[in-house]
Design a protein. Sequence first.
Length: 550
Amino acid sequence: MIDFFNNLLCGSGVISTLIVLGLSAVLGLLLGKVEIKGISLGSSGTLFAGLFLAHFGLKGNPEMLHFVKEFGLILFVYALGIDIGPRFLGTLKSSGLKLNMIAVSVVFLGFIIALLVKYSAGITPAQAVGLMSGAVTNTPGLGAAQQILTELGVQNGPSEAGMAYALAYPFGIIGVITGMIIIRLLFRINFKAENEKYVAKFNEGAKRIESISVQVTNENILGKSIGFIKKKLQGEMVISRVGRGNEMLVASDALTIEHGDIIYGAASEVHFSDIELKVGKVSLQEKRSLPGNLAMFHVLFTNKKLAGKTIEQIGIYRRYEANITRIIRSGIEILPTSETVVEMGDLLRIVGKRDLLEDIKNELGNSVKELTAPNTIPIFLGIVFGVIVGSIPIFIPGLSAPAKLGLAGGPLLIAIFFGHKGRIWRLSTYISPGANMFLREFGILLFLACVGIGSGEGFVDALLNGGLRLMGYGVLITVVPVIVVGTVARMLKFNYLEIVGALAGSMTDPPALEFANSLYQSNAQSAAYATVYPLTMILRIMLAQILIFV
């Protein structure tokens, strides 16, 4: 019986590998739930569980673990990219340059420290590049460096780099998290206030939509139809209803404007002056219930046959006395025009006759069940394109081997593109929030478990035989840039939630992002992470190769 369990747990077959992966995930999640003064490791606990199990001989099949590790990372970054894709351009326009300055500063400060360690400590180039890659948890950079070392014929170079990477990696994660905590305590961060500031800034950058009323004063539009005015205000205002005396009318295309009418709808503040010039005086309106037979209601768009069509093609306003006044997609309010495309999962705000509510809901779907059905084709299509993009060589003058975005950068870029577009050809890229969260959690657990298991064997021996010194250098490469740049960024009034997201992205560190996300429920961390990740990944890969030659 003992031999049976020994072969089952300590073997190198498929069954043994699956068991050690499962045990790493279970023990890691339990470890991650342990809180000390409100701080926990979260998913990162899986890494340390893997190290522990591998130290005692549960190591599985190396080739299978390598595949599972890369596949887990792909799932994580793909789900992340899909989630932040709709907000990516808005974040990039509003604060992308500043966030990338934070990330680039972290990258180059870490490179300078690694360069100083390489010369002052007398370690080999292979050890230096392994320490730098592990300290910033950047596997693609390590892979590119090992390829260069192999091509140069450096004896034991790839293995030296790999062991240094394993020594620095666990504390690379801890170091980033520690830096985040230190900055949090130093500046006494109020998470709720930081999130409110972020939301306000993002809404400002996204041209927040306001409910308005317009007193008709332009005599040139008297007698004109609502359909005519809609075309004049295309992209500037959405018209929902018209107030005439004590009566409230649905803004149907055939309705003509009379003296004294008040037009109600939605618009962003940047268009107020144009609306006043074309129609009349603009006033902000408070949210309130509508009188009489009119109602404002929300409909969840889940009609697959209509998904991907424009508001003009769907034609709700032609068949019903109702108008779509706003589209809420991934938490972002969109001011619709006739050419706006409606996608699965959009929340539509509609103003119309109260007794038409059920008919409109039935036509547009309004079924949560439709959104829970798996939409797996775009996931695998995104993986295919992502892996291809990540494999494209990037030739850099002065380097003997081309750099690549790798299996993390490629899928992330494709996922951001898919998430931003919402539809590729006739294929919806929508993934329900629950499915997205599962993919992210499942992917990061697989990745961390494999890293821990792969680094566990010989880890303690390497640690006791000179490894502590190397580990100390790795801690410097991790902690100093994070604390220095993070502190300066906060002193410059950067939002803390964006700072921790950018710091995690600058380290290309998914576990650090998971920790950052656990601090407060906000989109700021993931958006900042994805904003800086592409440039950071390219720099990490380039500098890892440059460090060998300098």
